[in-house]
Design a protein around this ligand. Structure first.
Ligand SMILES: O=C(O)C1=C[C@@H](OP(=O)(O)O)[C@@H](O)[C@H](O)C1
Ligand SMILES: C=C(OP(=O)(O)O)C(=O)O
Length: 440
């Protein structure tokens, strides 16, 4: 007989009996991944030095710093680890870039690399090598850039930079990811002719993230015309070096706010912007639709729940990165849910529709994939191992399920470091203020 050693890779999610008022916590959420990586890219392309404050430090954002340094930008840490000082330089090639599993790195860096003088090779994790890339590679080719991808349209590939990109007009099908649009737009003020980009696909996910791209470009003095649907026109020009502060990551706030609904308590997130392009801001309405109460006052988002969760029918195409959190709540609800408009989640860190359906079913729940989403029918759940597929949001979804269901173990919870390295500490801290402490 062999006795299995305890698996160090399994994190037992703390469980809490719902008791109104028991959970009462404030959670300070670090900076937005999406804003951090956009500000870093623009700073490296700027005509003068800049500073990014309140930056997220995580695998995805540190990989972005590494990529921009490899292309010649000088980036140094400030007095706080969340401050970066960026001194742009002539972009140089002969570089190999590790994209990890970061969509923002693999989709935002190619157009920057195309401006470098020399060869730049991009590669990433095994899971990154299956994420869609072809539309952005073909888009760059249409703007005069030579790329060698062995005809696969996937990582790894080599960009043969000549020090400039002609630019001009290009059609791109961005139905698999908004990042194809953002990745071409971000560098386009540095193209000789600027850029006119037209999205040609049947659907366009994550429009708020494209609006975010346009907003940060305009803040940097770039002229962007977005007055026609699905067409963006960028005038060539200088990118201003700036001193910017990153908003907290509202999508990463999601699992903590969701905990208020599961536990029947209150969670507060300070630093919540009064207006933002982050799709994570939709959490307030989503949690309200699921039976919670959300209230923003003096920059603090407060969510209160009763412990009873209502299912919902919702189109999440604008905020696909919230789907794992909403799916976990739906599995704990009293009525069925339907999540729609998120077929593109099949190309995220993993096939998230398959992963969510499999893992909810593994715990005794009922979750079925549809052509563009999930149908989740509540059933009593039991403990078990939640597999995470190197997906940070699968790990946080597991934590939400474990808050209600005893015996949930999250495999490779360290994968949360993709965007939130301190996740388990923050989760424990959120629960530590409880009268009796979390029940492991
Ligand atoms: O531009 C960005 O920062 C992002 C865009 C979205 O990508 P998709 O449009 O591929 O969903 C989002 O899901 C991702 O987490 C971040
Ligand atoms: C889809 C996500 O990430 P990425 O930036 O790698 O696409 C996400 O964070 O939910």
């Amino acid at each position: 007989m062999t006795i299995a050693a305890p698996d160090a890779d399994l994190w037992t999610a703390p469980t809490l009996d719902p008791a109104p008022g028991q959970l009462d916590a404030q959670v300070d959420v670090p900076g937005s991944k999406s804003l951090t990586n956009r500000y870093l890219v623009l700073a490296a392309l700027a005509g003068s030095p800049g500073t990014v404050r309140g930056a997220l430090r995580s695998r995805d954002t540190d990989l972005m710093v590494g990529a921009l340094r490899a292309l010649g930008a000088q980036i140094t840490e400030g007095a706080e680890a969340s401050t970066w000082h960026i001194t742009p330089a002539t972009l140089t090639g002969d570089a190999s870039i590790d994209c990890g599993l970061a969509g923002t790195v693999m989709r935002f860096i190619p157009a920057v690399a195309a401006l470098a003088d020399g060869e730049v090779t991009l590669d990433g994790d095994a899971g990154a090598r299956v994420r869609p890339m072809a539309p952005i590679l073909d888009g760059l080719r249409g703007l005069s850039v030579r790329i060698d991808d062995g005809g696969r349209g996937l990582l790894p590939f080599t960009i043969h930079g000549t020090g400039s990109v002609r630019g001009g007009s290009v059609d791109v099908d961005a139905s698999a990811s908004s990042q194809f649009v953002s990745g071409l737009l971000l560098a386009s003020a540095r193209f000789d002719q600027g850029l006119t980009l037209r999205h040609t696909g049947p659907t366009l996910p994550s429009l708020p993230h494209i609006d975010m791209t346009v907003a940060v470009m305009r803040e940097a003095g770039i002229v962007v015309d977005s007055s026609r649907p699905a067409i963006w026109q960028v005038r060539p020009g200088t990118v201003a070096g700036r001193d910017v502060r990153v908003e907290p990551d509202l999508s990463n706030a999601g699992p903590f706010l969701a905990a208020a609904l599961v536990a029947g308590g209150t969670v507060r997130v300070p630093g919540w912007p009064s207006s933002t392009t982050q799709p994570g801001a939709m959490m307030a309405d989503l949690l309200t639709a699921m039976g919670g109460h959300a209230h923003l006052a003096d920059g603090v988002m407060t969510v209160t729940g009763t412990g009873e969760i209502t299912g919902l029918d919702v189109d999440l195409h604008e905020a696909g990165e919230l789907a794992p959190t909403i799916a976990a709540l739906a599995a704990l609800a009293t009525t069925p849910s339907r999540l729609r408009g998120i077929a593109h989640l099949r190309g995220h860190e993993t096939d998230r529709l398959a992963a969510l359906a499999t893992e909810i079913t593994r715990l005794g729940g009922q979750a079925e994939q549809t052509s563009d989403g999930l149908v989740i029918t509540p059933r009593p759940l039991h403990g078990g191992v939640v597999h995470t597929y190197h997906d940070h949001r699968m790990a946080t979804a597991g934590a939400i399920l474990g808050l209600r269901v005893p015996g949930v173990q999250v495999e490779n919870v360290a994968t949360t470091a993709k965007t939130l390295p301190g996740f388990t500490r923050m989760w424990d801290q959120m629960l530590s203020g409880l009268t009796d402490g979390p029940v492991a």
